[in-house]
Design a protein around this ligand. Structure first.
Ligand code: 26Q
Length: 824
């Protein structure tokens, strides 16, 4: 149990003076400046250094306690950890935020100002990366032994600029001025082999042996980032690997050599951790990406095994009782053959014994059903980079195919479908199949998604292992996503139900009693209004556009994807605009449509949709005829720190993906927790959100998963909607003109094209009418202030289920089987 609330920490020897002294000491001794000369950046760094002192003390205690208790730990392997900023979060979790704020104030410094100095740690694309960040927060908070393992990208997700309405990508150099939270651990460097060839040998007993002669070796240098649990007791570690040249290059293997090429080798080694691939939900198939995946998986496995051996020697018997590895999607799935290689080639275990260990070590989380997102690597590429792993993959597959033959004798179709190797023009290694076969548990991330994983993605695997596939619905940390980002609402909640809701989010239920209390409604909506005023200032800052905080703030913030249907939102905005032009008396509450979205740089249509939003914004925002009824805001460079400003100010949350396409969504949970009402489809976690808040407190519309499937199977013709809905026709035809793109007719035609001739794969036109009607209901509901306030409060009150603490407890219970380990 977590006994100390952050409050009790304040009774520790920290007081304002101690904090002040520590900050000033760091200003002097770490930064070589003083109170008079220091700028905000120096104050920020000195404050972080002062906080980090406390954090590192707890890191030591945590590690000692885990060691003495010989604990089992989860190792969360993820190519992405979207951490955002750490200062405010760490201070809150340590229970030192208010003291530090006061200390700084007495030094003449505003904590809010210096927090803006921190770059986001944007080492992730979106949902999957942020989920990893929320999960490690919960693991530390709940006192579970855990390590996050990932890549120390030199450049995180690109910084987005908007020029003439279009997205421009700029490098994100988040460590340019140093990162005060990370600790370099050269004592734990690992060496990782790549390329080369495999030699077949025979041991003294004539048994076959394989030896991999790598063509080159790169070094992995670990950087540790402390993860402070709420309450400040357990502080776990996120370990991120940076690649470095090792100086080893087998010139014989490559049959060439020389001093100059050796420099090239250095550059190549250091390229591995240079940049995060910016595409989510599509697989690029790039060689460097596979090397990244192998690099961090192999470094992490070696690190785990080194630690295991320190406590257990060379005996592998206890391995599966001490170690569980969670694969965050298939990105680290190459760890499965890597562990087999270590056990069979290095530790000389029998295959069966090694496989037993392997399949009791790994568990795999699936985050998508989209075919284009399922990872496949050309066999030829794996053969070149990881020749021994390819052999092992073939052996895993050969043995598995024997099992399949036993279950479905003579059924080659089944074998084809379940094989790790996909035959065809180019042979491919299917990482999803490998992950299911090599893991003891596989989970989806929301009920509907998990049931589709069982029914449509992996039905045969589900038949073979009926207990392997399961669901763990995603969650979000209420520390960052309410307490830290929405301090006014957090304090109002504290006052009414006590202060322990961040650890027991179900307690928000108690707000239900206040949902109809007029005074509470006023306070709740006043906070929403204040947050909207703050966002209004931010919008003015970022876009030079003035918006009215009394308007409805309607928010769609997420990666840009056709399946997420930002263009459905856009078409509806155009329809409203069209109505207002036709009828200036058209009744609607003024609304500000706020978008934040990055498009993968190579995803042309996604970029066109961003351009479309900006061009419609340009036209609508400056059209005096509509009397400021509609404003459209595209916030550039959407990221965690911007989400923290937008979410507390949202009235309406757009969760409008095509049913069956959004695995879960997590932004939906964050917005609802902060009192925004969802307009959404029956997709992903929306379904469970609707169950929790009640269908009367959410605006559900559109096709269901089954209806989408029926359309796909029985033929869907988007032209039917175009021809019969005159409003829809008018706005689609607008896209062919230069109405929104003066002088450039047809600059937005690609959007229309995708929805008509392109077949409208995401059923935008099929859902348009239902969406439009649901939006009319939103408009009407906002007109009734009391009812709206009640609905908003009930959303906050009923989000208890979606704390990442609940998700982690489910993982522990169903999959990880961990024990809590308290820290002094
Ligand atoms: C794969 C191969 C090569 C390059 C990139 C990738 C890649 C990278 C990131 C593929 C996918 C991703 C990210 C996927 C993602 O964020 N999925 C989201 O995961 C959330 C957490 O479970 C869900 O809530 C979302 O529904 C899901 O879309």
């Amino acid at each position: 149990m977590i006994s100390n609330s952050p409050k009790s920490i304040k009774t520790k020897p920290f007081n304002k003076k101690v904090i002040k002294d520590a900050i000033v000491r760091h200003l002097h001794c770490s930064l070589g400046t003083d109170e008079n000369k220091a700028n905000n950046h120096a104050w920020w760094k000195a404050t972080c250094a002062a906080v980090q002192e406390q954090v590192l003390e707890q890191v030591r205690k945590t590690q000692k306690s885990h060691y003495l208790n010989d604990t089992r730990a989860v190792h969360y392997f993820s190519a992405e950890f979207l951490m955002g900023r750490l200062m405010s979060n760490n201070l809150h979790n340590l229970g030192l935020f208010e003291l530090t704020e006061m200390a700084l104030r007495e030094l003449g410094i505003s904590i809010v100002d210096i927090m803006e100095e921190e770059s986001d740690m944007a080492l992730g694309n979106g949902g999957l990366g942020r989920l990893a960040a929320c999960f490690i927060d919960s693991l530390a908070t709940l006192d579970y032994p855990a390590i996050g393992y990932g890549l120390h990208y030199e450049n995180g997700l690109f910084r987005q600029e908007i020029k003439n309405g279009k997205q421009i990508e700029r490098p994100d150099s988040w460590r340019d001025y140093g990162n005060p939270w990370e600790i370099c651990r050269p004592e734990s460097i690992q060496e990782i082999p790549l390329y080369g060839f495999v030699e077949t040998k025979y041991d003294a007993n004539g048994k076959i042996e394989k030896e991999w002669h790598p063509g080159s070796i790169v070094k992995g240098l670990p950087w540790d980032i402390p993860i402070v649990g709420y309450g400040g007791k357990t502080v776990n570690i996120l370990r991120l690997w940076q690649s470095q040249a090792s100086g080893y290059f087998n010139w014989d293997v490559f049959n060439a050599g020389g001093y100059v090429d050796a420099q090239k080798e250095t550059v190549q080694a250091e390229t591995i951790s240079k940049v995060l691939y910016p595409n989510d939900e599509t697989q690029a198939g790039k060689e460097l990406r596979l090397i990244q995946q192998y690099f961090f998986s192999a470094c992490s496995l070696k690190d785990i095994i080194r630690r295991y051996k320190r406590a257990n020697g060379d005996d592998w018997k206890r391995f599966t009782s001490q170690v569980v590895i969670q694969l965050n999607d298939t990105h680290p799935a190459i760890a499965i053959p890597e562990l087999m290689r270590i056990l069979v080639d290095r530790a000389k275990l029998e295959w069966e014994q090694a496989w037993e260990i392997c399949t009791n070590t790994f568990a795999y989380t699936n985050h998508t059903l989209l075919p284009e997102a399922l990872e496949k690597w050309p066999v030829s590429m794996v053969a070149k980079i990881l020749p021994r792993h390819l052999e092992i993959i073939y052996e895993i597959n050969r043995r598995f195919m024997i099992e399949v033959e036993k279950i479905w004798p003579g059924d080659d179709k089944k074998k084809q479908k379940l094989s790790v190797i996909e035959e065809g023009h180019e042979k491919m290694v299917c990482m999803g199949n490998l992950s299911v076969i090599g893991s003891f548990a596989v989970n989806g991330v929301a009920e509907v998604h998990s049931s589709l994983v069982k029914k449509s993605l992996f039905p045969e695997f589900h038949q073979i292992w009926p207990r392997k596939l399961t669901n763990v619905t995603n969650g979000i940390t209420p520390r960052r996503w309410l307490k830290v980002c929405n301090p006014k609402l957090a304090k109002l909640i504290d006052k009414n139900i006590g202060e322990d809701w961040p650890l027991h989010l179900d307690k928000l239920q108690q707000l239900t009693n206040l949902a109809e209390d007029q005074k509470f409604q006023k306070q709740f909506m006043k906070i929403k209004y204040d947050n909207k005023v703050s966002l209004t200032k931010e919008i003015l800052n970022l876009t030079a556009i003035k918006v009215d905080p009394k308007a409805i703030f309607d928010v769609q913030i997420k990666r840009l994807h056709e399946y997420k249907r930002q263009h459905l939102n856009l078409l509806h905005i155009m329809a409203l605009y069209h109505r207002l032009l036709e009828n200036p008396d058209y009744k609607m509450h003024p609304r500000v449509f706020i978008f934040g979205a990055k498009a993968a740089p190579g995803y042309a249509l996604a970029k066109d949709i961003i351009y479309g939003i900006n061009q419609v914004a340009q036209k609508v925002n400056n059209d005096p005829r509509i009397n400021n009824k509609i404003k459209v805001i595209f916030l550039p460079n959407y990221r965690v720190s911007l989400a923290e400003k937008v979410i507390p100010a949202a009235d309406v949350s757009e969760q409008i993906s095509t049913a069956g396409k959004e695995a879960s969504g997590t932004g939906n949970m964050k917005l609802s927790l902060n009192g925004a009402l969802t307009i959404g489809t029956l997709d992903g976690a929306n379904i469970e959100i609707a169950e929790e808040v009640g269908t009367e407190n959410i605006f559900i519309f559109g096709l269901t998963v089954d209806e989408v499937r029926d359309l796909d199977e029985n033929g869907y013709n988007p032209f039917d909607y175009y021809k019969t809905n005159s409003e829809l026709k008018a706005i689609l035809d607008w896209l062919d003109t230069d109405f929104f793109t003066p002088g450039k007719p047809g600059a937005l035609a690609s959007i229309k094209q995708s929805l008509l001739a392109g077949g409208d794969p995401y059923k935008v036109l099929a859902d348009f009418d239902a969406y439009s009607k649901a939006q009319a209901k939103v408009d009407a509901a906002y007109g009734d202030k009391t009812t709206w306030a009640k609905m908003a409060i009930l959303n906050t009150a009923r989000m208890g289920k979606f704390t990442s603490d609940r998700a982690i407890e489910e993982y522990v219970d169903k999959i990880w089987k961990l024990q809590k380990c308290s820290v002094e």
